[in-house]
Design a protein around this ligand. Sequence first.
Ligand code: HEC
Ligand code: HEC
Length: 186
Amino acid sequence: MKWRSWLGLVIAAGALALPADAQLSGRPIRPQVARPSGPVWQVIRQNCTLCHGIDDYAFFALDKRGWQELLESKHKAGDFVLSDQDRNILLDWLSVKFGPNTKPFPRTYIPPEITTFFSDPEAKRLLDRACTSCHELDRVEKARNPEEQWRVLVVDMRVRGAKLTDEETERLVEWLGRVWGTNLGK
Ligand code: HEC
Ligand code: HEC
């Protein structure tokens, strides 16, 4: 049965040759929403997270009434029963955090494949151009994230107004993951 182990080796070698990001290509990335605190979280924990997480909220930017209608249209009677007080707490939070003045996270950002990579000066130039109009770069310099999280963050910054093409986004994300990633202490 020697051919079996040989075949196994060939398959294993093929799998190793794939870049780590291969699983990502072709699939849109998803938002990551930080858990709110206090009463809002109590309402969500008791009524919402039984069925699904809170990340998808970021796909919307609606006022209070819009949120009310969305929740009605997406759920059947009995999925949850909110008291008036809890409903208000929830809708107030949703309509500020994901309100009409925010921009919805894109459902369709698909990371393009990149074949050239940023040098440090190239990455710094892009950061200076695209990231300093709203806040200092020290916000970025203090952060350490794995590449997947940098991607979500940079796409979120684009939603807020940072001007980068898809290609620039991917190169920056790759550089951030490499230089300001989480496995530097090793
Ligand atoms: C009994 C299960 C259940 C509960 C409880 C529930 N949901 Fe849902 N929710 C669903 C399902 C199923 C969908 C998908 C419906 C569809 O795609 O048409 C959904 C969809 C959504 C969507 C749209 C997501 C998208 O990407 O389009 C939002 C926003 C949402 N729910 C928020 C909430 C909130 C807020 C609560 C608590 C008040 C809640 N859900 C409680 C089952 C539930
Ligand atoms: C149009 C304005 C704008 C631009 C341009 C911008 N940002 Fe931001 N950034 C924000 C805002 C607003 C916040 C605060 C978000 C929050 O606290 O919810 C933020 C927060 C951050 C944070 C902290 C996130 C956290 O979870 O603490 C990082 C890191 C960051 N930005 C990186 C960048 C990078 C990298 C770029 C350039 C690609 C950029 N930003 C460009 C508006 C912007």
